[in-house]
Design a protein around this ligand. Structure first.
Ligand SMILES: C[S@@+](CC[C@H](N)C(=O)[O-])C[C@H]1O[C@@H](n2cnc3c(N)ncnc32)[C@H](O)[C@@H]1O
Length: 297
């Protein structure tokens, strides 16, 4: 039977961890978990060998957890180019940002931004994506499903200065220095995990995110099979999925394989980021969302 829990205190028989919030966001990414990554990570086991994050996105949970041994992966090449360069050559990432900051301010808004967007769309790359993620409207980088065209207009806020960006960069570089970054499908990443390892999955959500992330196809059934195999190998798996929308009035229905997960926890995420983007100016008091965290242990 799946136990439904809301607080850590109910976990009397399992040793969990205390995780401090880390609110410094490097990339803006739809589905970013920065604000409540520490709550998610608090439900991770107190001990594990290697930490695997197969749907890395902006890496909020990885950087908050700051594990001594980790693998972070995503299938989106421009995104992984950012992570791999951050680790090998952080000065280069700063240089990417500085160059595009100059282009941004070289013309009246939004023409500098549009130049960077055109450069990205002509040849998708990490350098442009990094700056676009920090300067696009609402921090919601959207891609056209048919061809991956990045379509988000320029944001209303000023992008942070290169010196403010450098501060974030240094903290992220330190927190991810024990991570191996790989550009690959989730199945390859999950299959790398062995007994005693931990896998945290935050896949594109079924209910709201099909237009995002370059339109990659995602199969929840395939993910469930991988999680099931991993559990059999002695790997602990935590999975974030749609929980409740419309301030709790709509519970997203999912068909979960029997016996795969031991516990289900609902974590409050505040107002929906995507709805904030779509309903500019509205109060959004009816748009609070809760994430569902399913764990196999
Ligand atoms: C919900 S986001 C992850 C957000 C992340 N937790 C954060 O805090 O930013 C889902 C990610 O899954 C990636 N993705 C989509 N399909 C994938 C696949 N087949 N294999 C690996 N990653 C995939 C997307 O590129 C996207 O970055």
């Amino acid at each position: 039977m799946l136990l439904k829990e809301n607080t850590l205190d109910l976990f009397f028989d399992t040793e969990f961890r205390r995780v401090h919030p880390f609110r410094v966001q490097l990339l803006k990414w739809i589905g970013n978990k920065q604000r409540f990554a520490h709550e998610i990570a608090s439900f991770f086991p107190a001990a594990f060998k290697t930490y695997y994050e197969p749907f890395l996105g902006s890496g909020a949970v990885l950087a908050t957890l700051c594990p001594p041994n980790a693998v972070g992966a995503d299938v989106f090449p421009p995104l992984m180019e950012i992570w791999i360069t951050l680790q090998k050559d952080p000065d280069k990432v700063l240089q990417w940002y500085e160059e595009r900051y100059k282009v941004f301010y070289s013309k009246p808004r939004p023409f500098g931004y549009e130049l960077i967007k055109s450069s990205y769309n002509a040849c998708p790359n990490g350098a442009d994506l990094l700056f676009l993620s920090r300067s696009c409207y609402g921090g919601v980088v959207r891609f056209r499903k048919s061809d991956g065209y990045m379509s988000t207009p320029c944001g209303v806020h000023d992008p942070i200065s290169p010196s403010a960006f450098l501060e974030k960069l240094q903290r992220w570089h330190t927190r991810t220095r024990n991570t191996t970054f790989l550009c690959q499908d989730f199945e390859t990443t999950i299959n790398m995990a062995q007994e005693g390892d931990l896998v945290y999955c935050d896949p594109p959500y079924k209910h709201s995110q099909t237009i995002l992330y370059g339109g990659q196809d995602f199969s929840l059934n395939r993910l469930m099979l991988c999680i099931s195999d991993a559990k059999e190998r002695g790997v602990n798996v935590a999975l974030s999925l749609d929980g409740k929308k419309k301030s709790g009035s709509v519970v997203c229905q999912l068909h979960l394989p029997d016996g795969l997960f031991e516990r289900e926890i609902f974590i409050s995420c505040g107002r929906s980021m995507l709805r904030r983007f779509q309903r500019e100016g509205d109060s959004l008091d009816d748009e609070f969302v809760e994430d569902r965290l399913l764990i196999t242990y």
